[in-house]
Write a protein that binds this ligand. Structure first.
Ligand code: CTP
Length: 208
C-alpha cells in the first residue's frame, strides 16, 4: 500500500532567527515509516526539522513550517491509501514575520499570531477509502479529548499520548477507535508502537 507518514515538529519563524516550536523529536513518525517500509509498503515520510536520518527505502520530504507540511501532504495524499499523522504541527504562526533579526528595543513585546490550518481535519473531510490515523497530545482528559478529535477529524484510529512522550525512546499510549479503546500500550518502544499500528492497519484494510 501507499503510506503517507508525517513526523516531527514544525517551526514558525518570528524573524530569520527566532521561532516558535515544540520538543517533538520525530522518533515515533520515523519508527512508523521504517516499520511500514520494512513490511514492504511504499512509504512517503514528510517531516519537520529533526536530528534523525531518513529511513532507508522511504521517500523523504523535509519541511519547516505547518503551511509547508500542509502543502507537502496535499501533494502526496491523493496516492495514499493510509495516512498516519504523527507530526506535531505548531497551531499558530506570527502574523508579520520580520526580515533579518529583531532587535531588542522595548521592555515588552506583543506578537500577533494567526491560526495555522488543521491538516488532518482537511484530509478527514475528503477521506474517501483512506485509512486515517491521527495522534492526540493531551495534558489532561486524555481519552475524552482524543475521542473528540477522532470524531471531528473522521479518523479510523487515534493514538493518545501525553507530553511526557516527547523525545524519549519509550512511550505509553492508548489507541482508540470509533468503538472506544482498541489497545493500551504501557512503556513500549516507539518501534513496538509502530508494529502494533502495522497490525491494526492490516486488520482495517482486510475488512474493506
Ligand atoms: N494536526 C494537524 N494539523 C494541525 C495540528 C494537528 O494535522 N495544525 C494533527 C496532528 O498531527 C495529530 C492530530 O492532528 O495527528 C491532533 O493533534 P494535537 O496537537 O493533539 O491536537 P490539535 O488538533 O492541534 O488540537 P489542540 O492543540 O487544541 O489540542
Amino acid at each position: 500500500m501507499n503510506v503517507l507518514v508525517t513526523a516531527g515538529p514544525t517551526r514558525e519563524y518570528f524573524d530569520e532567527v527566532w521561532f516558535l516550536s515544540n520538543p517533538s523529536s520525530g522518533r515515533t513518525g520515523f519508527a512508523i515509516a521504517r516499520v511500514f517500509a520494512d513490511a514492504g509498503h511504499d512509504v512517503t515520510l514528510v517531516s519537520g526539522p529533526t536530528c534523525l536520518s531518513a529511513p532507508v527505502g522511504v521517500k523523504f520530504v523535509p519541511v519547516t513550517s505547518t503551511c509547508e507540511l500542509r502543502d507537502a501532504v496535499t501533494q502526496h495524499v491523493a496516492d495514499a491509501e493510509v495516512v498516519i499523522m504523527a507530526a506535531a504541527p505548531v497551531d499558530y504562526r506570527p502574523a508579520c514575520p520580520q526580515a533579518g533579526k529583531m532587535k531588542k528595543t522595548a521592555d515588552k513585546m506583543l506578537v500577533e499570531l494567526v491560526r495555522n490550518p488543521d491538516i488532518l481535519k482537511g484530509i478527514g473531510r475528503n477521506k474517501g477509502a483512506r485509512i486515517l490515523i491521527g495522534f492526540a497530545l493531551e495534558a489532561a482528559d486524555l481519552r475524552s479529548n482524543a475521542l473528540r478529535k477522532l470524531t471531528e477529524k473522521h479518523l479510523d484510529l487515534i493514538v493518545a499520548n501525553s507530553p511526557s512522550a516527547f523525545g524519549g525512546d519509550r512511550t505509553s499510549v492508548e489507541i482508540l477507535g470509533p468503538g472506544g479503546v482498541v489497545d493500551i500500550l504501557d512503556d513500549v518502544s516507539k518501534e513496538e508502537l509502530a508494529g502494533r499500528l502495522l497490525d491494526l492497519v492490516g486488520n482495517l484494510s482486510g475488512g474493506r
